[in-house]
Ligand binder design. Structure first.
Ligand SMILES: Cc1cc2nc3c(=O)[nH]c(=O)nc-3n(C[C@H](O)[C@H](O)[C@H](O)COP(=O)(O)O)c2cc1C
Length: 496
């Protein structure tokens, strides 16, 4: 079987198809030849390995330039990674790799991403229209390996598709346009695979609606031990401030029925550290990155956002709702004037899509959402934690050193649903719904209440795999109910 895709197995749907054809507990080879300069140091390699390991495969790196092609048929899955298609094609030919690759396609699974997908087709001529400078070998014969008649245009969301359309018109050849997360499976007739869990918030496309909630996922590194982060729609990073913050003194977290209390107090390494140390790694994970921004004063928020403008962050989430710091955050988020003021100020400095995260510690959260919308927010996320408290009955001291903390977890769900539902009736901008989502049924409820995308928080501490299980449950629910896209569910509740 052959699977062509744009940027690896970056959607649930591609992983599912690969799982069908790739033998469980089998062996995979990740071919790095297409990057003649960096080879196994290509920055996509660690993610490529994780995606294959997630399918239960053990992974070896393979290079046509240094290893005999005859080794490849021993693998159940072979992945031709992206890079320079001219070079890849030349190298496969020079080392007589065609027969070995054909053998893999016949008995196992051959996956081509980007350049790898181009060379398996009839010609790589399409790339000549976009990146002729890659042809430093001056290849004149641009015919591909011809394993399929399908010509793909990978990364069609990042490149101008018009040249490919013109090529299609001129040559009469059919071009399949592939966005990241999409693919073509070459069954008897080629079948396009689309991430039907995909959602769009303020122009940012997420391959699924499940975003890790800020503060519950750090900067993702620990969770990347469990699965490739590309299985998530996105990650909202730990709240970032202009300067490093040590956070509150311990104890900072404690359990509570149906959830937990935290008073971490926005501990974080500061925005410069985030940009220099965390973002380069995060941007390679094949998922959307949201920077969650907090501050003591409007100038802090604006300065932080300005620093993020020129980075690869996909979206800014303005945290005006952190209840755990004496100064900063929530004082902006509990009055309409406060929400309007901080949002409009930040809007002036923010060049990225702007999501404003609202506090539930108010009388009417929908009024806060209206204020954010009228101040120029592109979307709102709700809810942050509810202020709570626990007391040690022996010492009579509050368990948290901060005395109070933010309550989160499953018990929040009904409150969050109510708030999302009420807000959805007041604003036109999209809502990212969160608060207590632990199961796929909770996720469906949140969408029905009016959310376009979802964030998953506290449940990650007890089950890091929760977003994957929720995505699988959503997919089944869509099958069983004949739902084509999640937008059919958003706001679909039928109130009495
Ligand atoms: C330990 C912890 C730290 C958090 N830190 C942040 C933060 O830095 N910024 C923020 O906007 N929300 C933060 N939150 C709030 C969560 O993002 C989320 O809004 C809240 O926990 C409700 O969702 P949940 O019930 O799914 O956890 C934090 C929550 C927890 C539990």
């Amino acid at each position: 079987m052959i699977l062509l895709c744009s940027n690896g197995l970056t959607s649930q749907e591609l992983l599912r198809e690969a799982k069908k054809y790739g033998k469980a507990a089998g062996k995979a080879a990740l071919v790095v030849t297409a990057d003649p300069e960096y080879k196994e140091k290509n920055y996509h390699v660690p993610r490529g390995i994780k995606e294959l390991e997630f399918l239960g495969l053990s992974v070896d790196i393979f290079d046509f330039d240094t290893q005999p092609a005859g080794q490849l048929p021993a693998y159940d899955v072979v992945v031709l990674m992206g890079g320079n298609p001219y070079y890849l094609l030349h190298s496969i030919r020079e080392h007589h790799g065609e027969a070995a690759l054909r053998a893999v396609a016949e008995k196992g699974l051959l996956i081509g991403w980007s350049a790898g997908a181009l060379v398996l087709g009839p010609t790589i001529a399409l790339i000549d229209l976009y990146h002729p400078q890659l042809n430093f070998l001056h290849l004149t014969d641009l015919s591909g390996l011809g394993f399929t008649e399908v010509q793909v245009m990978p990364h069609c969301n990042k490149e101008d598709p018009e040249k490919a359309r013109e090529y299609q018109r001129e040559t009469g050849g059919k071009v399949v346009f592939l966005k990241d997360g999409e693919g073509v499976l070459l069954e008897e007739a080629p079948r396009k695979i689309e991430p039907r869990l995909g959602v769009s918030v303020a122009g940012v496309e997420f391959l699924n609606p499940l975003i890790a909630a800020s503060g519950t996922f750090g900067f993702g590194r620990e969770y990347s031990e469990f699965y490739p982060l590309s299985v998530l729609g996105g990650i909202s990073c730990k709240g970032t401030t202009i300067k490093e913050r040590p956070g509150n003194p311990p104890p900072r977290v404690t359990e509570a029925p149906g959830g937990m209390l935290n008073a971490v107090g926005l501990q974080n390494p500061g925005v410069d550290h985030f940009i220099k140390e965390d973002l380069p790694w995060l941007s390679k994970q094949g998922t959307r990155i949201i920077a969650n921004v907090a501050g003591n004063a409007p100038e802090d928020y604006c300065a932080t956002v300005e620093k993020l403008n020129g980075t690869s962050v996909d979206m800014i989430e303005l945290n005006i709702s952190c209840p755990n710091v004496k100064q900063g955050g929530v004082q902006f988020g509990t009055t309409c004037e406060g929400v309007y003021g901080i949002t409009s100020e930040v809007r002036k400095h923010c060049k990225k899509p702007l999501l404003v995260k609202l506090s539930p510690n108010v009388t009417d959260i929908s009024e806060m959402a209206v204020a954010a919308e009228s101040a120029g927010a592109d979307a709102v996320s709700l809810i942050n934690t509810l202020t709570g408290m626990r007391i040690d009955i022996n010492t009579r001291r509050p368990i948290l050193h901060n005395n109070t903390g933010g309550f989160s977890g499953p018990a929040l769900l009904p409150i969050a649903l109510r708030m999302v539902w009420q807000t959805s009736q007041k604003v036109k901008i999209p809502i990212v719904g969160l608060g207590g989502i632990s199961t796929w049924q909770d996720a469906v409820e949140m969408l029905l209440a009016g959310a376009t995308a979802l964030q998953i928080g506290t449940v990650l501490f007890t089950d890091p795999y929760a977003p994957i299980k929720i995505a699988q449950g959503l997919s089944r629910y869509m099958d069983e109910n004949g739902i084509q896209g999640l937008s059919e569910l958003t706001g679909g509740v039928k109130p009495w």
